[in-house]
Design a protein around this ligand. Structure first.
Ligand code: ZN
Ligand code: ZN
Length: 366
């Protein structure tokens, strides 16, 4: 049996779709049949060609990291998921999208999301199905995976192992506490999840910025107390002033960058109250620079980077969805679906850089 894999051979060019023999899972491994794979902002960076400073594997990169699937085949000895829930063929699975080495000093202390040996998934290398834009995904032995509770509909599952895990970890790292003020820069898949999570963690005010009105309206449905359209507040100065007004002249306790623009760091620091934390998540592009005045940090402001999550977070997120699925419009985050074969068209339509798009999160469906 063969399956398709979407490969980036060259930055800024359409992706290729390649076919590979589907491997039998080795003992302890699990082969998933993908049911949904999200187009994350970081995938758009790769597609757009923002990542030219990061060399591609010679065979190309197997694309996609966010997604969910069902068990296609279990390797010998696998009878349960990571927390002991029995699994069998056809069960829906959310798995950790981090594939660490488990041997570096960061993996050894549990920070697998900061593994120093993580690389782009190279195309054409066994077990071939190492990206989520594919018919299958190969989970190696002992890879963290979790059976999805029956009460959750399929459409809620795609963003759990990237968007939701990543922003939740960012809020936890920022030390968000009840009654605090949070600013979310960007209301895409990451920002909507961050809004829901910040409110659930007790934020008193969540203020969301974006240029797309449809996304800002959705942010309000997820609990945003205020939104700022950057087409209306179209300079950093007016946006900073607006945040200070909306935080009763205190400034924000947490500002989270989920857009991927270096200049938002400087803008975000100016939005912070003394003691506040700026969380950098969106700007994964290497080589960009921004200038800041270090003296503005002295009264306890901090800048934190955050990437992905520890796998132990995933069962908690599934529980969070079970509790909140009828209260919050999670089913609206995934706004568009495209067949895997139309991956290039999906990227054209999902692009938000310097343009309007009705898409909040697009997913590919094999
Ligand atoms: Zn992602
Ligand atoms: Zn490692």
């Amino acid at each position: 049996m063969k399956g398709r894999v979407v490969v980036c051979k060259e930055y800024g060019k359409p992706f290729d779709i390649e076919e590979y023999e589907v491997p039998e899972p080795e003992p302890g491994a699990v082969l998933l049949r993908m049911t949904q794979a999200g187009i994350c902002g970081s995938d758009l960076h790769v597609w757009r060609g923002d990542q030219v400073n990061v060399p591609l594997p010679p065979t190309g990169r197997a694309m996609g990291h966010e997604g969910t699937g069902v068990v296609e085949a279990l390797g010998a000895g696998v009878t349960a998921d990571t927390v002991g829930t029995p699994i069998q063929e056809g069960d829906r699975i959310v798995y950790s999208a981090v594939f660490p080495c488990y041997h570096c000093h960061l993996c050894l202390r549990g920070d697998t999301n900061w593994c120093v040996n993580r690389n782009y998934a190279a195309a054409g290398v066994y077990p071939y199905f190492t990206g989520t834009y594919a018919d299958f995904l190969y989970l190696p032995p002992r890879h963290p995976l979790f059976r999805v509770p029956d009460e959750l509909p399929d459409d809620l599952l795609g963003p759990v192992n990237c968007a939701m895990g990543t922003v939740t970890t960012g809020l936890l790292r920022a030390g968000l506490r009840e009654g605090q003020y949070v600013v979310i820069q960007g209301a895409g898949g990451l920002g909507l999840n961050a809004t829901a999570m910040a409110k659930d963690m007790g934020a008193d005010r969540v203020i969301v910025l974006d240029r797309l009105e449809n996304r800002l309206e959705l942010a309000e449905e997820f609990g945003a107390d205020y939104t700022i359209n950057i087409e209306e507040y179209n300079t950093p100065e007016t946006r900073v002033r607006r945040v200070w007004e909306l935080t009763k002249g205190r400034g924000a306790d947490v500002v989270m960058e989920l857009v991927g623009r270096a200049e938002l760091l400087a803008e975000g620091i100016d939005m912070l109250s003394n003691g506040g934390a700026f969380v950098e998540i969106g700007d994964i592009v290497r080589g960009r620079e921004v200038s800041i005045d270090p003296s503005t940090l002295l009264r306890g402001k901090s800048i934190l980077g955050s990437l992905m999550y520890r796998p132990s977070l995933l069962p908690t997120l599934l529980d969070f969805l079970v509790k909140n699925q009828n209260k919050l419009p999670f089913h609206k985050i995934v706004s568009h679906k495209f067949p895997l074969a139309e991956v290039n068209e999906a990227f054209v339509q999902a692009e938000w850089n310097q343009r309007q798009t009705p898409i909040t999160r697009a997913v590919l469906v094999p």
